[in-house]
Design a protein around this ligand. Structure first.
Ligand code: CO
Length: 134
């Protein structure tokens, strides 16, 4: 049901410093910061040969990652994103297997302009999982 690892999202307390570390210390290709107001985050995309890292920083007052940063002031892994061919079929199978889909269970358009769903961390080894239809 799941395919490739699309990205790992990491919350950064200082986005510029995090981007500089990936670029200058780890030698990765790093984008300029991109504001995504509809998602309440500013993102830096780190391109790796086989996947992406997304550095996230809260944007605006109601950012969904503000609380995460409060609990993890040094930053941390926020979610992993797996690709799927058919997000509605994936959702229905997951629900039939007793897994919890966050929100109203309807896919939303994610940061890449594609339908996404988030799955409850308690059902997935303590890890927030994003599914993205590709
Ligand atoms: Co994501």
């Amino acid at each position: 049901m799941i395919g490739r690892l699309n990205h790992v999202a990491i919350v950064a307390p200082d986005l510029e410093a995090g981007a500089a570390m990936y670029r200058d210390v780890l030698g990765a290709e790093v984008s300029d910061p991109v504001d995504l107001p509809e998602h309440g985050v500013t993102t830096v995309f780190v391109e790796l040969p086989n996947t992406k890292i997304e550095l996230l920083h809260p944007l605006g007052a109601d950012s969904p990652i503000a609380k995460f940063l409060e609990k993890n002031p040094a930053g941390g892994v926020h979610h992993v994103c797996y690709e799927t061919d058919d997000i509605l079929a994936a959702r229905d199978k997951l629900k039939a297997d007793g897994m919890r889909v966050l929100g109203d269970g309807e896919p939303k358009i994610g940061a890449h302009g594609k339908p996404v769903l988030f799955l409850h961390p308690k059902d997935f080894l303590g890890t927030l999982v994003e599914l993205e239809q590709v």
